[in-house]
Design a protein around this ligand. Sequence first.
Ligand SMILES: [Zn+2]
Length: 415
Amino acid sequence: MDKRVAVLLAAVCVTSTAFGQVRDQHSIDGVVAALNAPLSAEAIAQARQYDDQLLSQGRDSTQRVYLVTDERSRRVNDLVRKLLTAMGQDPKAWAVRVLDTNPQTNNAFVVGGEYVYVFTGFLGAAQSDDELAFVLGHELGHSLLKHNERRRNDSVMQLSQIAVLIAALSKGKTAQEFGQFGEVFGAQYGQKDEAEADALGAAIALRAGFDPLRGADFFTRMVKENDAAAPGATLTEAQLQSMRLQATQAQNTCAQSMTAWNAGQIARTPPNADKVNKVCADAETARLSFNKANTEFYDAQTQASLQKLTSSHPSNQSRVATLAATADFLGGRRDLASLSKYETAYIVMQALDTTHSVLLQPADVTSAPPMVQTDKPMPQDGVTARLEKLKGAFDAGLITRDEYDATRKALLTEL
Ligand SMILES: [Zn+2]
């Protein structure tokens, strides 16, 4: 263990005393204590350190992590801003990162109370803003309830993983450790943690103007897809790398043979021509089979990350029923006492009530952004502009004559 890990471990042990006074972490008192506790400076410092490492070294030999700054980032930022505003938080204090990976990672999590990470694989899997809002509300719920720090309280050993992880990242082992990171912050929550995060997530999403019940469809669908998925590829990473090497070598041999043939260094006889052709045909076969294996390998990895997410967020009928009841309470359609048979949701709502949480207050409609009038172009203008664009694309060689003709015909029928 190096010095850095030792120092971080010490920090972790200090923070773990914050919830020590409450016996049952999942009682009303426990949840109230968690909601009232500020995030420790150490947790924030660790999250910042992790973020710095991730962005400065976001890659290794197997997985690269790219920061996304395009339209997808704006969509997520807009949505998270609504959720944070609903929580009474200042969105400016939070960093929201959209990350692209290869293979796609279907995950989202919140670290240190001020960093939200959303992977493009998750954006691709979510089918509506309600789903994005509920899942992110749920993750923000884990953060509000300090689940990471409370879990540390249960077992200080688990906590040390975060410190080890940061140390590993600083040595550049991003990909593998990054996978572990997801586990540290996701898969180890207990069922009660998950139920608490659901209740809070529903309150956050609803107050921000989203439908938490529709949002919960995300988990239901993921579980269904998971059940239906075929077993993953059986190739190992090492086998894949060996195939890549073979394909590259075969292509080099082909290129060398062609060069020698063209330069007249090989006698130009029909048998020699056959040999050169055979070498190059083999190279092509090796390239194609590597590509196929590569796709299968990464599909299987994507599937594995999906399983990781869904296994920690089981979807079942009681979850849906609890969410429906919670949404009814939050919407004023039933009273708090009637929620008592949904134990965890009841406890969380009681705790929100005790702490006078903003989440139980009606949303401030006056702060909603004004409606913007958009000037819609006349349909005919739209078609004309699109025809011009199409012609431009054809002239630039971006589309074929057939594509040009077919699209032009379709556009003209709109006139
Ligand atoms: Zn969760």
